[in-house]
Design a protein around this ligand. Structure first.
Ligand SMILES: C[S@@+](CC[C@H](N)C(=O)[O-])C[C@H]1O[C@@H](n2cnc3c(N)ncnc32)[C@H](O)[C@@H]1O
Length: 212
């Protein structure tokens, strides 16, 4: 790997660790491979970088009436970022891997507006949420099934932040009800290579009323 990218990425990870310690009292950055790849099309537990979260979630405004969920929350890096922004609404994370969910449950217990659910994201009713976040929790085939689940069950408009959308984000292109608000590259941000490889993200709304 290019040594500049490698060094830059190390600095970005060090910044993440420092923020984790401040907000969560522990570091969340170590990658945990998934035992749920074959059975659930799950990806491993990789924490999203704070600088990337700042870029994708810039401009997000949430009221008490909103309800945010990180689908595949891992150890809770996205929830940590949301806590640091001081949003007044309920913040939920759902995580299929109990070993990883346990970490998120542990550090979030001091935050009353945070709920961590250990379980399969396919078992929830997303009408309970207004803003959905995904840091590529699923392989493409499973992501497609998940989108179809949303389309067949949602009765109100939601906003979806999809970080690392390169492999499967195309599935939402030109799909009835889905509107692309923003799609951008995510690699060199605020003077650092926050990912070892170039990534991309997209932000969408889904309106069931416009789907037919
Ligand atoms: C790339 S990690 C993202 C972690 C977290 N969002 C973050 O940014 O720190 C994806 C996570 O999604 C979880 N996951 C995958 N499929 C899932 C499912 N069906 N239900 C709940 N969690 C799932 C994985 O176990 C993994 O921890």
């Amino acid at each position: 790997m290019n040594p500049i990218i490698e060094l830059s990425n190390k600095i970005s990870c060090a910044i993440d660790n420092k923020k984790d310690r401040k907000i969560c009292g522990m570091e969340l950055g170590v990658f945990v491979p998934t035992p749920y790849a074959e059975s659930h099309g799950a990806t491993g537990s990789q924490a999203a970088p704070y600088i990337g979260l700042d870029k994708i979630l810039k401009g997000l405004y949430l009221t008490r009436e909103d309800s945010f969920i990180d689908i595949g929350c891992g150890k809770g890096r996205v929830i940590s970022y949301m806590v640091s922004r001081g949003f007044p609404c309920k913040l939920t994370g759902i995580e299929i891997n109990p070993d990883v969910a346990e970490v998120a449950l542990k550090w979030t217990s001091r935050y009353p507006n945070v709920e961590i659910i250990e379980g399969d994201a396919f078992g929830l009713d997303y009408n309970d949420y207004t803003v959905l976040f995904m840091y590529r929790p699923m392989e493409t085939f499973t992501f497609k099934m998940f989108i179809e689940l949303l389309e067949s069950t949602l009765t109100h408009e939601i906003k979806l932040y999809y970080y690392v959308d390169e492999q499967s984000g195309y599935y939402l292109n030109d799909r009835p009800g889905w509107t692309l608000l923003r799609r951008q590259k995510m690699h060199f941000v605020k003077g650092l290579f926050i990912h070892k490889e170039p990534q991309r993200y997209s932000v969408w709304t889904y309106s069931p009323g416009n789907a037919n």
